[in-house]
Design a protein around this ligand. Sequence first.
Ligand code: FES
Ligand SMILES: [Fe+2]
Length: 341
Amino acid sequence: MNDGRVSRGGPLFRDFANVWTPVAFGSSLPRDRPVQLTVAGTSLALFRDESGVPAALIDRCPHRGAALSLGRLEGGRVQCPYHGWTFDRAGRCVHVPWNPGVKRASLGTLAVPTREFGGYVWIYTSVSMEPIAPPTLDDSLLGRDVRLTGIELRWQAHWTRAMENMLDAPHLPFVHRATIGKEWVPLAGQRMDSAIEDHPWGWRVRNVLNGAPRPGMLDFRWPNQMNLHIPMRRRALTLAVTCVPIDERRTRLLLVTARDFARLPLLDWLFNRFNRRVANEDRAIVESSFPSEIPPARAEMSVRTDAVTLRFRTSYFARLKDSSSGLPAPGPAPMGAAGGG
Ligand code: FES
Ligand SMILES: [Fe+2]
């Protein structure tokens, strides 16, 4: 995990503020050092505290602006690589070398609410607000009898283009004619509709061909997850994709398969290889889309079968575009203390 970037100034989590998002797999976050991760243009130092619970600090030391992610972990606290100021998971300054008696209460930094849940590390994209509820996942990813396996990919694309791609059915027989779109190839002359059902977490889509619903369903979970429930006889197979914004031109894709059959870990690579292949079919096309970020609906031509992506587009512009988490005014206490697991 390293996005090769340290903090910039200005608002944090631009166009992606005040939402829960998975940012990485829990298995990829080590216990012995902080790692750097950029989410929506905001560089974070991600680490595990003394109990192993993930925590995230804005990756900029309040002393001279060094990247905390280059520092070390001392008892589950991050020690800045420059002068050794040390911060706990809530951003409180717990040690300032050479300065016994200094008033550390005013020397804190900014923490971001963080959780580990369902195999992911999550953050809430704010330094000034606490989330009103914990993150949620579809039940198909949480069952005891379910084997989860996942891979991480990076696309040179704005996350909104990647997200729309995950919600878009009409491209299947064109982009995926040799894989998941094969059975759609002879059907493209027919009429496709989308039956959309609203839920508290987002919406569920069933494709309808010539008035007859197709098996399988696709869930969009606000703001950036797609769960595809693949039809199988008496078996459950779900593909879950999260599109995590890195910055204006890069997206981290977390692709997870959940299955209640063939649960041997030895078989994980088969599912991961297939997901990688299918995602690679989309990649060049999504990366080629211009402009990189989705424009307002009117700026592109659309037809009836774009209803699902247009719905996403409307939500994005209404709820995320132009959002940010501002740096709070300097004060005695650090804001946005991170919660525990
Ligand atoms: S820059 Fe972090 S301790 Fe000086
Ligand atoms: Fe695709």
